[in-house]
Design a protein around this ligand. Sequence first.
Ligand code: GUN
Length: 297
Amino acid sequence: MVADVLDGKAFAAKLRAMVTKEVTRLKDAHGMTPGLAVVLVGDDPASQVYVRNKRKQTVEAGMHSVEHRLDSTISEEALLALVGSLNKDPAIHGILVQLPLPSHIDEALVINAIAPEKDVDGFHVSNVGRIATGQAAMVPCTPLGCLLLLRDRLGDLSGLNAVVLGRSNIVGKPMAQLLLRDSCTVTIAHSRTRDISGVCRRADIVVAAVGRAEMIGADWIKPGATVIDVGINRIEKPGGGTGLVGDVAFAEVSQVAGAITPVPGGVGPMTIACLLANTLTACCRISGFRAPATLSV
Ligand code: GUN
């Protein structure tokens, strides 16, 4: 079998077009513009690239975009004060504090200081609890992107065996909760799991988020399974230079799987599209308007 390649870039473009249309409708009907504030502390190069892309796409979708670039020496108190002022700002509906934060700042304290209804990352404990108990929540962008790709490919996920590889708060745990909400039988596998390839081989759906280049080989995959690769790993190429690869050995796994996301061009573009969708959803909920059902969970 040669797997279908799931085109996250094209899907994300469709999603962004839907968001842009809804933003125009909100403006025309209610004079309302969704606003996203991104807070970047320090000068980590990877974070700067992410933040630049987020800003560009926010503006392209017709949203109000605010960026706060802060020195890495900023105090925890000053950062909490900024979050407090964004919580009160009526022009801001989404707040994203780019992680990681410098080690002198308590990340959990800052995240939990964000008003839950403006927490477009879905990292606030209140949103984590709401997802786990089946209530309307802000959902972390990468797992939301994976879920939308899976639903698009498979339709109803009910009863399918799903294995999530990785147990991070940003991807693994929320991904497992979302799959459970869609009535999958969910296993979270991680570095301590016994016979991890055997566990993975029972899955109809595999979501790989381990952060290790090409760790998942063809012998981990049940023929016909749907494989979602969240990994983005920079590697040295044999001929020199560097390249990006996922957690899945794409060339060999695509000979066994039914469908697979590529890296780059799979989950990555979905993440920012889902951030825009979350900002729109937050704006609608805060303002008491109906949020588009296809863009939220
Ligand atoms: N750093 C890496 N990924 C993310 C993300 O999804 N949200 C935030 N806030 N920081 C990140």
